[in-house]
Write a protein of this length. Structure first.
Length: 165
């Protein structure tokens, strides 16, 4: 295995690892927040719900998402103009609220897909074996968030279909 590009003491590598995750996650969150709603107005290949998801029922039955989803942090309203996805926004009609929620879940999903893309950067100052734990961390930290966004969007889309019928 090739050595890291920059040879640093182990303690400094650990500090850089933590700082890199925190900084990158915040930066991606800010970029996601600042992207216009139209960027998330329709599904893309990465956000399109798949048939196995069955309107969110797969997440309920296989992953028991209802039992743990409310324990995850919710950062949607962290930035001005952002939206918490824990409940529908007040002060607008149900259809508009559902549409806004759907956009917010796509935005959050995009953020949680982009954050793990940092993993290869750790090769700059870490030995190659560190990539595996970093990848595990990226999946453990972002995977549940992705599941909840997809689950919430599937449910919101179903509710939107019922509201327009």
């Amino acid at each position: 295995m090739p050595p890291p590009v920059v040879d640093l003491p182990l303690w400094l590598r650990a500090v850089l690892d933590v700082a890199a995750w925190g900084t990158w996650s915040a930066l991606v969150g800010i970029v996601g927040h600042r992207r216009p709603d139209r960027a998330f107005a329709t599904d893309r290949w990465w956000s399109r719900l798949r048939s196995f998801e069955r309107g969110g029922r797969w997440y309920e039955r296989r992953l028991r998402v209802k039992a743990w989803k409310d324990r995850l942090p919710e950062a949607g309203a962290l930035f001005a103009g952002g939206m918490s996805k824990r409940s529908l926004p007040a002060g607008i009609d149900r259809r508009a609220a559902l549409e806004r929620l759907i956009v917010a879940t796509r935005r959050a999903e995009w953020v949680h897909w982009v954050i793990p893309m940092l993993v290869p950067v750790f090769l700059l100052w870490n030995d190659a074996w560190v990539l595996a734990p970093m990848a595990v961390y990226a999946v453990a930290a972002n995977g549940p968030c992705l599941v909840v966004q997809r689950y919430n969007r599937a449910r919101a889309l179903s509710a939107l279909r019922r509201a327009t019928d």
